[in-house]
Design a protein around this ligand. Sequence first.
Ligand SMILES: *[C@@H]1O[C@H](CO)[C@@H](O)[C@H](O)[C@H]1NC(C)=O
Ligand SMILES: *[C@@H]1O[C@H](CO)[C@@H](O)[C@H](O)[C@H]1NC(C)=O
Ligand SMILES: *[C@@H]1O[C@H](CO)[C@@H](O)[C@H](O)[C@H]1NC(C)=O
Ligand SMILES: *[C@@H]1O[C@H](CO)[C@@H](O)[C@H](O)[C@H]1NC(C)=O
Length: 593
Amino acid sequence: MRFTFIFTLLVAAASYCRADKDVFHNDQAFDAAAYGVYPVQHYRSTDLVSPRVNVLQSSSECDSSLYTLLTPRGSSTSESTGVILDHNGNLIWTSAWGGQQIYNLLVQEYKGQSYLTFWAGNDAVGGHGAGFYYMLDKHYNLFLEIGAAGGLDGDLHDFRLTENGTALITVYQVINKDLSELGKPFVGEIWDCLIQEVNIETGELIFQWRASDHYKVSDTLRDIGGDGGIGRAFDFFHMNSIAKDLKGNYLTSSRYMHSLTYINGTDGEIIWIIGGKRNMFEDLSNGHATNFAYQHDARWSKENTEVTMFDNGVDDLHPNIADTRGLRLELDQDKMTAKVVAEYKNPHHIHGISQGSFQTLENGNSFMGYGNTAAFTEYSHNGTVLCDTHFGAESRFGAGEVQSYRVYKYSWHAWPETNPDVAIAENDDGEWTFLVSWNGATEVREWVLQGADEAESDEWVDLERILKTEFETEFEIHTSYPRYMRVLALDSTFRILGVGGLLDLTLEKVIEDSIVNSTSSGNDINHLTQAWSLPPLRIEEGDTWWLKIMLGFCTFTGLCVGLREAKVVWRTRRRFRRGSIAFQHIDPAILHA
Ligand SMILES: *[C@@H]1O[C@H](CO)[C@@H](O)[C@H](O)[C@H]1NC(C)=O
Ligand SMILES: *[C@@H]1O[C@H](CO)[C@@H](O)[C@H](O)[C@H]1NC(C)=O
Ligand SMILES: *[C@@H]1O[C@H](CO)[C@@H](O)[C@H](O)[C@H]1NC(C)=O
Ligand SMILES: *[C@@H]1O[C@H](CO)[C@@H](O)[C@H](O)[C@H]1NC(C)=O
């Protein structure tokens, strides 16, 4: 009996303490879908919603300076969004795109500047897409919208800027083809696949390559089934990545040929093929270097001596024939040999039936997004799992209820032209708090809450400073605080990036979005910057070690619940005694009575 009681307390303590955290850590209930197929995080200072991830494993060997970029979509998401998370899984930026589907969120360079790039459009056209490519600058303003050349639809699979300021894009087009080789007694429709290289500013077509000029329909490993008739174009090739090397040649991946094709950038002729029916390489790894299947995202690595890919190994019709792996191959293009350098296998035996990405990071690690499966994993170069995260419940993997075409890691620095979002709200302990967040702001190091007795005051006093660690930062509002409040966002050099507020506590609402424009270099900001001189805010690790031990102990024993409840009751009683509280609801105006 007593044991049951203690156990119940323990469980309650665990879930109570967990409820405070934005990110789950190795939470089995998460993977059993106890919080839903796609747990999300809500905020109080904004209506934004973001994935609430489960970090299964993390390591100091992972590149923590980079952010994670994903595009969650699927039947369990409320809408398709682009999402940037920090290394710990906290939100940095999220946005939808006019109700369209978003794919392939990357950071790419153009003329020395970094841009967020992605595809958005309609993905319900049979495994590919009809849409446009977008580039957002470091203020999240639209820099360019790019379409395919020749009046064709821009497909979702790839959009890569080259160092020459052109873009490589995938294009799908229905054409008629004699299908007798596949046992059909007629000329029928197929989805042809094109590589286009376009000038992104003029739209001029620089290079075009057509799969059907170089591959026969019978080279495919896909069963034609009932396809090929009118309105049922047969997807024989399914191009899903393009890369261009310094020699000016193209490397493309074909899901249904199970092959990569290396294409001469001058005359478009095939230089070589690896994998599939027309493989030209000798396999020095007992067949494991050339047996990839339904693969995605083929890229050059190590000065074009290595090729990496996301080897699905399976598709929707053959979901269990292999485990999905990342694959790093060493190619000798003179001897025409291929050798496995490393395989990257997820310990959760993921069967990635569609999509997926493979990225070699600058520190040598390999980073994979599992496409149809809501997971991303960072591996050391040799294939050891270093960091592993789920953004959907593992028990539902394969159902595709939440998926992200690719997941990549990049460095990203951005200064949104909005103002920080602020709100006041009661927290779980019934205390009034001031909340602030700023979608997309990457450079905020700390928030400074300031107060004044007059809205137009020249004398704002600092009330509290908090280092930003999560998307939304919470300040407790103390009874001694003045009537008006605002919050400053400071970067690591104590420059003011923006101001959130003004908040009037007696009205219990934000009376102005902001007193100054965060992005304007106008007088207000300059005035504030000049008036500002702050010592660095430091966390005194030494002072709090005993607190941490106590907290750890109370979490472990379940006393935590009791302690926290006691604190709330005590504060509430104190307010009652002072006559400053009525009923359950604490009116912030009363805090100033
Ligand atoms: C860039 O342009 C130069 C000169 O035309 C060409 O040699 C090179 O292959 C191009 N590089 C890419 C990646 O397109
Ligand atoms: C590419 O094509 C050009 C022009 O036909 C030819 O001179 C060159 O040798 C080809 N390159 C390769 C690697 O086949
Ligand atoms: C593989 O990499 C991990 C992590 O860097 C390292 O601990 C391990 O020793 C390496 N294994 C081999 C066989 O090199
Ligand atoms: C803030 O900046 C925007 C864009 O630069 C401008 O349109 C707006 O008028 C500015 N608002 C204020 C209050 O200065």
